[in-house]
Structures are given as C-alpha cells and as structure tokens.
Design a protein around this ligand. Structure first.
Ligand SMILES: *Cc1c(COP(=O)(O)O)cnc(C)c1O
Length: 355
C-alpha cells in the first residue's frame, strides 16, 4: 500500500479543548468543526471534542451527519440556512441558526415549525462579510424576539483582525455600543481572540484552528500557546538518487546540487494536499530529523535532502508535518496558513485515528 497516512490524535484534541477551557473559564465552548473538521474528518474530531458544549458547522448535511452519529450537542449552522426549505429540517434536528440578513429573518417569520430554534444574530462590525449593520441591529433583534419560531437568542460578531496588531478593540466598541440595551448571551471570539483578548471571551467562544493544534497568529507558534498538533502527515521514501554537483532534480529543475547530494523521493505530492508552492528548503523530517525539501513538488511525489541522514534509505519514515515540523512552518514557507494546508488534505490520504 502507498505509505502516506494522516494520523489523527484524539488526545491532542482533548488537550487543546482543555487549553480553550482554561483560557476562557467563564465561557461555553462552541467547537468549530466545519470543513470536515478542518480536514481531520468530521466524526474523528467530534469524537475527540465531545466534551465541548456545542458544535459549529457550515452545512446542514454536516449537522445531520453528527446527529446520525448520535451527537446530541447543540449544533450551530455558521451561515444559517441558505433556503427556507431547510428550516423544518433544522428545527427537527434542533440546530441553532446564525441569522445574518433580512431574508433569513423573513424566512423564519413565514415558516411554521414543529419546535422553536435558537438563533445567533450576527452583527457586521467591520469585516463587511456577513451580518447586520450596527445601527440596524437592535431593531432586528427586537423583531426576532417577537418571532414565534425563535427560542433563545444570542448576539454575535466575528472579528476581522483578531490575529494582528489592530486587534479587536474597534470592533468590540462598535458591538458594545449597538447591544447596550439588549439582554442576551454574547459570542465574539475565534481562536485568535481567545488567546489574545480575554476581554472578548463573553458567553460563548468559537475556537476552530487552535483545537487542531495550529496557530491562528502568524509568527507565533502553536507550541508557545501550549497547543499540540492533532494531525501528523507521514509517508515514506520510495526511491533515492545521488546527485553530482551540477545535476538537478524534478520538474523545472528548480534545484541544482552545488555538491554531491543524496535525495529521497517521498510518496506525497500536491494531489495529497501538500502545497505545490513549497519552495526549496521547506522544513520536513526524515527518521525524526529535520531537513529540507528540494525541487518542485509534483502531483504524487516530492524530494528531500538526506545528505546528512546516512541511515535514511527506501522505507525511511518521513514527517511532512506533525510534532517535529509544524504545519504552520510548512505553510509559512509556502506563503499560506496552516488552516489552508489542513483543510486541503485530500480524500486519497488514508486517515488513522489514535487515542
Ligand atoms: C471558522 C469560524 C470560527 C473559527 O475560527 P478560527 O480562526 O479557526 O478559530 C469562528 N467563528 C466563525 C463565525 C467562523 O466562521
């Protein structure tokens, strides 16, 4: 069998959830498991995160998958419903809905539901993606308070710059000014705000990336936040090559040896989700030792410099990311973020869940 494998560590999920709970001890935790659990497998991560108070997903199908697997947690649909016909199904499965636009308010007012639904009313505090303008927000909340299909109501926003120097202050001030007359639970914080802004924790926090052991903040390691990587992407060397000085490797010959160089060919390529943009020198580990990639990543293979790892031969264990090389390091070298690499793991990579 082709040796690539993603190992999912449930103990790391539990540990990272503990980090969230210790960081925000007054808040309930909505574990964000959208995008197939950030690439780790929805049901794998639900298992590791079952101690969370609530789950959040994007699509109603993800929510029903969790219900079919007997998870009875409240589940939040992060963009609400996309069509009115989804509302009865959402109510039947006791899903909570984000309400971000007037059309969704109207849908909820016009439908007859077997039971009431919890709603999270979203304010646009500067992201300008989803949500009601602050000046319209109180009236929308009051309108929803009168809607007979609404059970509990929560107030929420999403920060655009929680991960950089601008922070959440401006967005939080806009939010607070708008909700001052309203008495409902509040949810504001994604991972970056959980780790950086205790004053934004409020009643419900919404961690995503930190649960998977990657960092939400560029230039700050997940390890420094006490997080543990959940996914280890591993494979093996399937061929070796000895390059003389002046010889190149791979498509486009983007790496040329300056001295005799021993190369391992690894069974992992961009069709597995490894970034094609990873340049020469991207960190990677062979037999537990850190080294570098060389040459262009191809669809099914990539190259590693094993000149300094004499014991590495065909069959040697390679870590693309995990404990020795963080996904954030590979992402940074490739001009992206850990989120993208984790979500992009391809379905042809077998997953193994371990305690
Ligand atoms: C994805 C998402 C989150 C989680 O964000 P992280 O940066 O991964 O912690 C939180 N809230 C909303 C509304 C989201 O869409």
């Amino acid at each position: 069998m082709r040796p690539i494998q993603a190992t999912i560590h449930l103990a790391a999920l539990r540990h990272n959830l503990d980090v969230v709970q210790m960081s925000a001890p007054q808040s309930k935790v909505i574990a964000v498991v959208k995008a197939n659990g950030y690439g780790h497998g929805l049901l794998n991560v639900a298992q590791g995160l079952k101690a969370a108070d609530m789950f959040a997903v994007l699509r109603i199908e993800e929510a029903t998958t969790l219900r079919d697997a007997s998870y009875q947690h409240p589940i939040l649909l992060l963009e609400g419903v996309f069509d009115a016909y989804e509302l009865p199904l959402a109510a039947q499965h006791q899903l909570s809905l984000v309400i971000h636009c007037v059309q969704q308010v109207e849908m909820l007012e016009q439908v007859t539901l077997a039971r009431k639904v919890q709603v999270f009313v979203k304010m646009n505090t500067g992201m300008n993606r989803l949500g009601f303008k602050p000046e319209l927000y109180p009236d929308i909340v009051k309108r929803l308070e009168r809607c007979e299909n609404v059970a509990q109501l929560c107030l929420m926003t999403h920060f655009a710059t929680a991960d950089d120097a601008r922070g959440v202050g401006q967005a939080q001030a806009i939010f607070n000014a708008s909700v001052s007359g309203l008495q409902h639970p509040i949810s504001l914080a994604n991972s970056a705000a959980i780790l950086r802004y205790p004053e934004a924790h409020a009643d419900y926090v919404r961690p995503g990336i930190m649960l998977y052991g990657a960092s939400p903040v560029a230039g700050v390691s997940a390890q420094s936040y006490g997080l543990q990587p959940v996914m280890r992407l591993g494979s093996k060397i399937i061929a070796t090559q000895n390059l003389q000085a002046g010889e190149s490797v791979g498509y486009g010959a983007i790496f040329t040896a300056e001295k005799p160089t021993r190369i391992g060919v690894v069974a992992c390529g961009y069709a597995d989700g490894y970034p094609r943009h990873a340049p020469n020198g991207t960190p990677i580990a062979v037999l537990g030792k850190r080294t570098r990639t060389v040459g262009r990543v191809s669809m099914d293979m990539l190259f590693v410099d094993i000149s300094e790892i004499a014991e590495a031969d065909i069959g040697a264990e390679v870590e693309l990311w995990g404990n020795t090389v963080s996904v954030d390091e590979v992402a940074q070298a490739s001009g992206t973020i850990g989120y993208e690499l984790l979500c992009a793991i391809s379905s042809r990579v077998p997953m193994k869940v371990v305690e």
